[in-house]
Write a protein that binds this ligand. Sequence first.
Ligand code: 5GP
Length: 192
Amino acid sequence: MKALEERILKDGQVRPGNILKVDNFLNHQIDIQFMNEIGKEFKRVFADKHVTKIMTIEASGIAIAAIAAQYFEVPIVFAKKSQSINLDGSLYSAKVPSFTHQTTYDVILSKKFLSKDDHVLILDDFLANGCAAKGLISIIENAGATLEGVGIVIEKGFQSGGKELRDHGIDVRSLAIIESMTDDGLVFRSQN
Ligand code: 5GP
């Protein structure tokens, strides 16, 4: 998505540890008009999919998923991050190593909100090593639901997540893929 690449070049800041900061439009302050364009683009990219629910992970994924969901006309569910889980049978859970915080946390989702009849599209802000996406996929598998695809705003293509998921046959579409990232500049992967 050309406008997204231009916005990343204008506003993105490269931080130590392969972190890209985009918190003036995506991760802290949110540019809603721009998010609307991102939502429409996800709908265009996944137009042929039968989606009954959009799934994401708190916190940054929620705004993206909520805005995109207007175009899919489906609810969103978000996995919650939790320190301690009381597994009483009413929750799906998965362990997710955090890329930005270098810890592992549990994510939980109430069983009420995902069933085997659901066709799920995962949406998230970043794809790095794919841990967040894999956690959500394991919850979808536990629910017996169908994964329709994974939509990502910014994929860091020099990290392993995108390749691993695609190698498993998962339909991963990223609106911008960063091929390389240094203090001196960003290079995007060209996509059709
Ligand atoms: P993964 O689980 O794929 O390794 O990392 C994805 C998650 O880590 C995303 O949900 C996002 O919150 C966070 N993340 C990974 N890389 C970056 C980055 O470069 N910048 C920001 N702002 N978040 C990132």
